[in-house]
Design a protein. Structure first.
Length: 145
């Protein structure tokens, strides 16, 4: 784990912008939908991502990290991979298989930045930004993150 200052990390900002660009490209390819009401926007853009990061990257991933002896696979720790599997499975009941599969990749990215910066702030900022881009550009019901 490195404890870089997240807001001074060029890689962080590149990944943040890449996620927004991916959503924009997705929108160009597949179109968008209706925007949700204000309460749903607040839940989807702020509340859910922040709570998910507190639980998954703030509690589960560090607990698994303390119990894991295996270094992982390249930049991916075993704790990050297992946390991301749990994260994807947690999305299954409400969103179904396609959405659950789609959130696995971003979850790995959130976990990488959790370990890179030693805080849940950077993955929370990524998650909030990517959810905002998804909901505002693609509309309701088409959020890849």
């Amino acid at each position: 784990m490195t404890n870089r200052i997240w807001y001074a990390d060029v890689v962080f900002w590149a990944v943040l912008l890449a996620g927004v660009a991916l959503v924009a490209l997705w929108s160009r390819a597949f179109g968008g939908g209706e925007l949700p009401d204000v309460a749903a926007l607040i839940l989807l853009i702020l509340v859910y991502p922040i709570l998910e990061e507190i639980v998954f990257r703030g509690m589960i991933q560090p607990a698994l990290q303390r119990r894991t002896r295996h270094p992982g696979f390249g930049p991916l720790s075993v704790a990050n991979i297992v946390t991301s599997i749990i994260f994807a499975l947690a999305h299954l009941p409400a969103h179904g298989v396609p959405h659950s599969v789609l959130v696995f990749g971003p979850s790995l990215v959130f976990g990488l930045f959790r370990e890179r910066h030693g805080t849940v702030v950077s993955p929370a900022v990524l998650h909030v930004t990517w959810n905002a881009a998804s909901v505002l550009i693609l509309g309701m019901g088409v959020t890849p993150f």
